[in-house]
Design a protein around this ligand. Structure first.
Ligand code: F6R
Length: 613
């Protein structure tokens, strides 16, 4: 995600920027940096680690100046290192850029700029922006330096693609800060003789609560005495400031009372960001050529907790689309069981943090057996990504709430992309079928933005059931892991007893725990197994259960006949449906925990990443 803060005013910008970065650390914290315009020269200080490390380095270097920008990074291109930390500069060192988002065409642009003589110092996509502005300054004309810079930024924006927000400083324009927004967040804070540019309001809320929210394609030009907003066409437009009434803590959570709720709502964006890179060639990521891809005989998925559930979904995907047999293991079990040695095996480790000791241990075992290893991970530079042969990154930004939500749906999305890629590569899917599946996948963020609108219905339902002793979740096929995940989420944050089962299995034992009023959640989209789920509803209802059916519009009428309550989710293709079905269960866990007064973001006895065996 990354966090950006910029300051123009009459005071030394450094304390404003360091303080602002601390408030933005929830957006990323693997490295940080500042650039300060001091006596016509840009002084840059960067450090690996949290903002506290940058603060120490800045104290030593002691830059001073009333125009400056800063950045806290969540790596997407290039490992967390000082060279890859922002701000990034052009060849002259007179232009600095801080950036949040992904420049999709950066490799093409970098090659082009290199051929024009530009020298790159980092592995990031961001550095391309600095060099492109430098290049474009040669090709624009303007009435003064400020005008030149704005024109060069506009020309740059027309050449870069992706979702991005960035801030620019030029040594020749003291007292001027330029900010760009395109599909990544960027806001402006209006102070008294000082103005702020930031990824999010908490960065400057201490100093002003007057905020300009920029639209995609807009450029903000900040000076000490005012801010001009330019629309897509480059015309100055009037933007009405909004007065924010949030306190600091609420602002950090984007106005939500808890990170868990914020992260549930982050999911459409998280999936979209993950899909941006899912378009890349998995063959390259895996380091395998077509022949080797065709030769893959076995896949072992290893993970813990929620990531394990994403792995279970992944098994359905890979077997369906690529026809390769998959085993899914809890990492803590994989380490100690006998794993038959089979050549042409790929081991896939799924982990949000990349620091889970059990998962890392299991990967080491897979490597010792000679298997190729792939990480599906959210944290660049984490131990897992350094241990595996290759990594596919989920791009959901830092997940702060201990209970994983957006990482899970991003993991499912990644597994789907991987499965159809493998199927296409090994000839199991024709190009036509691949194109169709890919198109459906690309529509997922939109469907996800529909499903997150339904919080209220779930919240209302929890009033009736939150005091129940135990909760049951049932699903079949690709929705069975969602039943497990629904139960895990609820256990984690509400401390209630909850269990997930394959719906066909309840009659073999679990049905005995159903009592009068026991809430039973049925994952039953209108698909080939819908009828079977209707029967399961009846079986549970006959034992007194309070049955909640989670279904798609086509199933609503029949579900109403057999359930006490129906929750509707949008219809997606059968195999993408789990990503949508889990969302009401995330809201459910959240609202039950909230009504029970639990510590939602930091549930008792749990840690965000479990770095011990
Ligand atoms: C569930 C949860 C845990 C993690 C598990 C693996 O909400 O947070 O079950 O999913 O500890 O963590 P990662 O994905 O970081 O390896």
């Amino acid at each position: 995600m990354c966090g950006i803060i910029g300051y123009v005013g009459n005071n030394n910008s450094v304390p404003y920027i360091i303080d602002g970065l601390k408030k933005l650390e929830y957006r990323g914290y693997d490295s940080a940096g500042v650039s300060i315009l001091q006596n016509g020269r840009l002084v840059t200080v960067r450090a690996v680690g949290k903002v506290a490390e940058l603060e120490k380095a800045a104290l030593l270097a002691n830059p001073k100046g009333s125009t400056g920008i800063g950045h806290t990074r969540w790596a997407t291109h290039g490992k967390p290192s000082e060279e890859n930390s922002h701000p990034h500069t052009d060849c002259t060192g007179d232009i600095v850029v801080v950036h949040n988002g992904i420049i999709e065409n950066y490799l093409i642009l970098r090659d082009k700029l290199k051929s024009l003589g530009h020298q790159f110092k980092s592995e990031t996509d961001t550095e391309v922006i600095a060099h492109l502005i430098e290049e474009n300054l040669k090709h624009v004309s303007g009435k003064n330096d400020a005008d030149l810079l704005i024109k060069a930024v506009q020309k740059t924006n027309a050449e870069i693609s992706g979702a991005f927000a960035y801030g620019v400083l030029w040594a020749r324009t003291p007292g001027l800060l330029v900010g760009v927004k395109n599909q990544s967040p960027m806001v402006v804070g209006l102070g008294e003789n000082e103005n702020f540019l930031a990824s999010d309001v908490p960065a400057f809320l201490k100093h002003t609560n007057k905020v300009l929210f920029l639209e995609d394609g807009e450029i903000a030009v900040l000076r000490v005495d005012g801010v001009t907003v330019l629309d897509k066409a480059g015309k100055a437009k009037k933007v009405k400031p909004v007065k924010i009434s949030w306190d600091q803590q609420t602002a950090e959570k984007g106005g939500y009372p808890h990170f868990m709720l914020k992260e549930i709502y982050d999911q459409p964006q998280a999936i979209e960001d993950t899909l941006r890179t899912a378009r890349t060639d998995f063959g390259k990521i895996l380091g395998l050529n077509t022949e080797a891809l065709r030769g893959l005989q076995n896949i072992h998925i290893i993970a813990c907790g929620t990531a394990y559930h994403a792995g279970l979904v992944g098994k359905y995907y890979i077997e369906q689309f690529a026809g390769i047999p998959v085993s899914v293991d809890l990492a803590s079990e994989y380490k100690y069981r006998t794993v038959p040695h089979r050549v042409d095996t790929l081991a896939i480790a799924i982990s949000q943090s990349g620091e889970t000791a059990d998962t890392i241990g299991a990967v080491k075992k897979a490597k010792s057996l000679g298997f190729r290893t792939l990480a599906i991970c959210n944290v660049l530079g984490s131990t897992l990504t350094r241990t595996c042969d290759s990594t596919f990154f989920t791009h959901c930004g830092p997940e702060i709430s201990v209970a994983s939500t957006k990482a899970f749906t991003s993991q499912i999305t990644s597994m789907y992309a991987l499965a159809i890629f493998l199927g296409n590569a090994n000839g199991n899917l024709s190009q036509n079928v691949f194109d169709k599946l890919y198109k459906e996948l690309m529509a997922l963020p939109k469907a996800m933005s529909e499903v997150v609108k339904d919080e209220y219905t779930v919240r209302h339902l929890t009033r009736k059931i939150y005091k129940a002793d135990r909760f049951i979740f049932l699903g079949r096929n690709v929705n069975f892991p969602i039943a497990l995940e629904g139960a895990l989420k609820l256990k984690e944050v509400s401390y209630r007893s909850a269990e997930g089962f394959a719906a066909g299995e309840i009659k073999h034992g679990p049905i005995s725990i159903i009592d009068k009023g026991t809430p039973v959640f049925m994952l039953m989209p209108h698909d080939s197994l819908f009828e079977k789920m209707l029967s399961a509803c009846q079986e549970c209802r006959a034992r007194g259960a309070f049955v909640v059916a989670i279904t798609t519009p086509d199933g609503e009428k029949q579900a109403k006949d057999v359930a006490d309550k129906v929750l509707l989710v949008p219809q997606a293709s059968e195999f993408l449906q789990p990503a949508l079905n889990v969302v009401p269960l995330q809201f459910l866990a959240y609202w039950i925990a909230k009504r029970l007064g639990c510590d939602i973001d930091q549930p008792r006895n749990l840690a965000k990443s479990v770095t011990v065996e």
